[in-house]
Write a new protein. Structure first.
Length: 74
């Protein structure tokens, strides 16, 4: 969830396959502030470790005037 969250940050919600995706495995806030439509997200093993990492890609309206990639390691 990108905005209007209880944690005042971008949140991750993961459904559990053990409950046939009827219950959540994880609800948590991240180190990212509330985000908007200028962000897209992906999960990958950026750091090469077993747990996947959350990758936030800010495509426009950046302070650097270029695409920014933010990696939150698992």
């Amino acid at each position: 969830k990108k905005s209007q969250t209880g944690t005042n940050s971008t949140e991750v919600h993961i459904l559990s396959g053990a409950t046939n995706f009827q219950g959540f495995f994880l609800h948590t806030g991240t180190g990212l502030h509330n985000t908007d439509a200028t962000f897209s997200f992906s999960m990958t093993r950026w750091s090469g470790e077993e747990r996947p990492d959350l990758v936030a890609i800010k495509k426009s309206q950046t302070g650097t005037k270029s695409t920014e990639i933010h990696v939150l390691t698992g």
